[in-house]
Design a protein around this ligand. Structure first.
Ligand code: NOJ
Ligand code: CA
Length: 547
């Protein structure tokens, strides 16, 4: 749905620190285990802060670290105010925030705002047949026989009603109210109902609790899902707008990052960053493919090929049509992120070799908006096929959640525990990539990531806020060339994911100076204003537009 930025929040500007931010997503279970129980922990994260800083990372997004029965990897919270013991203590968390701050880094948490675990005491209370303070904190029908509400869960408890799940059956939806309640369904409470208001206030308290401990913001899980009966989205916008106003007043440095996948809508609602990812708006898949869609057996099911494919059969315009709409609508008001991956879809390495990943990174790290690196992508971790599901990971998610590979030692340096105790098995291949070996090899993928992020920092025209404009972007053609520009500085980035050798002629190439030699597989003939690109290659050039 197209929507202009809400004029009421037009005065909100993202906190200044985002202008140079580079995020790193940590799946805490799989990052580094320091007490040999086979599960990653907060002390593990603390001990790798220097590694992350050296990579060019300025902020962390940690997956949920709250108390939970872990039926969905922590996206089923049982207590929003407590750290899950498997990750450590509150004191460990304080150390993490302090140590990050000492290095100039920020920590953001995952706020699972839309639901809790069925084991959360609020839900347990709300499932009671006796009316109590929490009875209305979840969405319950008035009778267990409301059979027409097919997506509701019946028979959970003695309460005569069925509840609305938000995702899996054990994740009951918290009740943020119905914007337009259906008069035939009196259990649909209006957003003004006092119990709904009490829940809304509780979410604010949860945010305040963690902000007071020094966190810099939240990635909000399923951020669009909270208000129901809200066809035009006015209800969800009002809700986030009210949190935004409070944050702007009391915590102006705090950021809100949404899992919405509709930057126009999310930023209009008051978010600072929204992801373009594998669901919702089509841009990400048009660029990179539904990673499972590029598997030969799935090709027919998943529509036209992505731009990043070796055969060169994609179409950059499919990406640009959607991306530019969001970019233009949000520019200056908030940021779009095109992440390298996340815990919900297969790593791009599943169907691509390291060379192809290099070209993908060259683009993702020179686009406007905020880079997000999913742990392990910087070393090209593979997606592991056919793993047993763990904590609700199921197909397409488990293989992206395997332990980080730090060294070529035991359990790839992730844990000293017995292999059988590991949260998810480590990559069993003979020589899986690991951080230590790559750091010792100047030509490795991790060094490319460091150089690209280094360029982004050194040249603000390649950074988060600079202008973006396609230069050579022809339907069904390769390469894709785009311009980044700021204060008179101008760079061109040429991206050729196809294995075909290509040659294009553009007048401004007469002035092109390769910024730094990151990829030798291409050449510019200035006299002929020609760029020749080898298969699967990229280049970054300084250009002078006066020529
Ligand atoms: C999105 C999260 O990223 C995913 O991992 C989780 O299963 C669902 N939301 C439910 O919270
Ligand atoms: Ca541990």
């Amino acid at each position: 749905m197209k929507k202009p930025i809400n004029p009421e929040i037009a005065c909100h500007r993202p906190p200044a620190w985002l202008a140079e931010a580079v995020f790193y997503q940590i799946y805490p279970q799989s990052f580094l285990d320091t007490n040999s129980d086979g599960i990653g922990d907060l002390r593990g994260i603390i001990s790798k802060l220097d590694y992350l800083w050296d990579l060019g990372v300025t902020a962390l997004w940690l997956g949920p670290i709250f108390e939970s029965p872990f039926q969905d990897a922590g996206y089923d919270v049982a207590d929003f105010y407590k750290i899950a013991p498997r990750y450590g203590s509150l004191s460990d968390f304080r150390s993490l925030v302090r140590e990050a701050k000492r290095r100039g880094m920020r920590v953001c948490l995952d706020l699972v705002a839309g639901h809790t675990s069925v084991h959360h005491p609020w839900f347990q209370a709300s499932a009671s047949s006796k009316s109590n303070k929490h009875s209305n904190w979840y969405v319950w029908t008035k009778s267990a026989w409301d059979a027409h509400e097919t997506n509701f869960i019946r028979g959970f408890s003695e309460r005569d009603g069925s509840y609305l799940p938000n995702f899996f059956y054990f994740q009951p939806a918290l009740n943020y109210g119905y914007k337009n309640p259906d008069p035939q369904k009196p259990w649909q409470l209006p957003v003004t109902h006092p119990d709904v208001q009490a829940l809304r206030e509780e979410l604010r308290k949860i945010m305040k609790f963690w902000l007071d401990l020094g966190v810099s913001g939240f990635r909000v899980d399923m951020a669009a899902s909270l208000v129901r009966g809200d066809d035009d989205g006015a209800g969800i916008e009002e809700l986030w707008h009210s949190y935004r106003e409070w944050l702007d007043r009391d915590y102006p440095e705090a950021v809100l990052i949404s899992e919405w996948c509709n930057p126009q809508r999310a930023i209009s609602a008051g978010f600072d960053i929204d992801f373009l990812i594998h669901f919702g708006e089509p841009a990400y898949n048009a660029l990179l493919g539904t990673p499972w869609g590029d598997m030969p057996e799935n090709k027919a099911k998943h529509g036209p090929p992505a731009f990043f494919n070796r055969e060169g059969t994609g179409d950059i315009q499919r990406f640009l049509d959607n991306y530019l709409e969001h970019h233009r609508a949000t520019s200056g008001q908030g940021y779009i992120s095109l992440p390298t991956g996340n815990h919900d879809f297969p790593r791009h390495r599943r169907t691509r070799d390291e060379r192809e990943i290099r070209v993908i990174f060259a683009m993702l790290f020179t686009m406007p908006g905020i880079p997000f690196i999913y742990y392990g992508d910087e070393i090209g971790m593979r997606y592991l096929e056919n793993l047993t599901a763990k904590e609700g990971s199921y197909q397409n998610r488990t293989g992206s959640r395997t332990p980080m590979q730090w060294t070529n030692g035991k359990n790839c340096g992730f844990s000293t525990a017995d292999k059988k105790m590991l949260y998810i098995p480590v990559d069993p291949s003979p020589q899986p990539p690991n951080a230590e070996s790559q750091l010792a090899d100047d030509q490795s993928l991790i060094h490319l990531v460091r150089r690209l992020l280094g360029l982004r920092k050194k040249y603000p025209a390649l950074g988060n806020t600079a202008e973006f404009e396609p230069v050579y972007a022809k339907k069904g053609k390769y390469p894709f060339v785009y311009e980044r520009r700021l204060d008179g500085a101008c760079y061109w980035i040429a991206i050729n994911p196809s294995e075909k050798e290509l040659s294009i002629k553009l007048p401004a190439l007469a002035s092109a100076e390769a910024l730094e030699v990151l990829d030798c597989n291409l050449s510019v003939t200035k006299s002929a204003s020609t760029l020749k690109m080898g298969g699967v290659s990229f280049g970054i050039f300084g250009v002078s537009k006066t020529q």
